[in-house]
Design a protein around this ligand. Structure first.
Ligand code: SF4
Ligand code: SF4
Length: 348
């Protein structure tokens, strides 16, 4: 597999990376097997997160004995010093490595979070100390907010940016990617299949491969999924006229009902985490059901039933999404799935 340079980190990474979310859903044996298959196919860039339950540990087992040939990235959602120190220690242990190649501030989706991570005595200080100590090699950030992402790229505090990028959510191509190029910040494309919403792997990857300096990190849980992506990589990347038409059709179909998770619609009068609620289909597809029916996801989904249709959110959405209707649909879907799989619902 070809390698590409990840911006100013100067690290060469495989054209495709490995996204570590879905391996939480399968058994440990299957998870280790799928990671190893990806490595055998030439993937050298692996991304995971402290927040992905057992993903780091499973990746650690899979890469044991081959660490030297790989670029390992992980991330922390912590917004304070102590939390960041703990997450970093945990990640090193769970991955079974002496150093992490790319350590990222995870899901920095608003300026409050952005300012917290940059606090001179906070998370950034921890990460910089760890860098000096050789525990991490490079520092990156991930975000769903275009404004935060642009600010982060311009700040020159970060060597990489991870942002949603696929043919439906392609806003990054217009401004963020050119800005990242200007600042030599490596660009990692999250959600190449729109978090499980795009089924047409062929068109999704042909679209992304047009961008020679974007590293997509598809989440893979079964070996046949990576085989399908590899077929695209090994064939012609040129889209036929029929494929272009189909891409346009899917864009039109999904585009008007696709939440970008920018959170411009907030605050909701009922405290509903609208973007999370709208993405429940993706969670149901990619995450273990026990995790979807418990913790912060369950808490958010239980709030969704309280939408009083006040309508305050809709005019704030830059994509004119019918938020009220979509919140209701997502809530109905969640409640229906919960009744279908009571054995996965946390008791108490
Ligand atoms: S319409 Fe529903 S989701 Fe929108 S702000 Fe009101 S309560 Fe929140
Ligand atoms: S509903 Fe609209 S404003 Fe709210 S997160 Fe989604 S895309 Fe952004």
């Amino acid at each position: 597999m070809d390698s590409i340079r990840l911006g100013k980190t100067d690290m060469m990474v495989s054209r495709l990376g490995f996204g570590g979310i879905p391996i939480q859903r399968v058994t440990e044996e299957e998870a280790v097997e799928v990671v190893r298959t990806c490595l055998e196919l030439g993937i050298t860039f692996i991304d995971t997160a402290n927040a992905y339950s057992n993903s780091e540990e499973r990746i650690g087992k899979a890469i044991s004995g081959r660490r030297d040939q790989l670029i390992i990235a992980t991330k922390s959602t912590s917004r304070d010093r102590e939390g960041m120190e703990n997450h970093l220690k945990q990640s090193l242990k769970q991955l079974g490595v002496k150093s992490i190649d790319l350590y990222q501030f995870h899901a920095v989706n608003d300026f409050d979070a952005y300012n917290k991570i940059l606090d001179p005595n906070g998370p950034m200080a921890v990460v910089q100390e760890a860098k000096r100590a050789g525990l991490i090699k490079h520092i990156g950030i991930t975000s769903h907010s275009m404004d935060v992402a642009k600010e982060a790229v311009k700040s020159d505090h970060f060597e990489t940016i991870m942002f949603p990028f696929n043919f439906v959510v392609s806003e990054a191509a217009d401004e963020l990617l050119p800005l990242a190029r200007e600042h030599d910040v490596g660009f990692i494309g999250m959600k190449p299949l729109a978090g499980g919403m795009l089924d047409n792997v062929n068109i999704a990857f042909k679209y992304l491969l047009q961008f020679p300096d974007v590293v997509p990190i598809p989440g893979v849980q079964m070996t046949h999924e990576i085989d399908e992506i590899m077929q695209v990589l090994e064939g012609s990347w040129q889209m036929t006229e029929a494929e272009q038409k189909e891409m346009q059709r899917i864009r039109e179909e999904l585009g008007t009902r696709f939440c970008r998770r920018c959170d411009y619609c907030q605050p909701c009068t009922e405290g509903i985490p609208i973007s999370m609620v709208m993405n429940i289909k993706g969670f149901l597809k990619r995450m273990p059901l026990e995790r979807v029916f418990s913790g912060w996801i369950a808490a958010g989904m239980e709030k969704a039933v309280n939408c009083n249709k006040c309508g305050e959110c809709e005019p704030r959405c830059p994509y004119n999404l019918p938020i009220m209707e979509m919140v209701e649909e997502s809530s109905d879907l969640y409640q229906a799935e919960k009744s279908k799989y009571p054995e996965h619902v946390a008791s108490g």
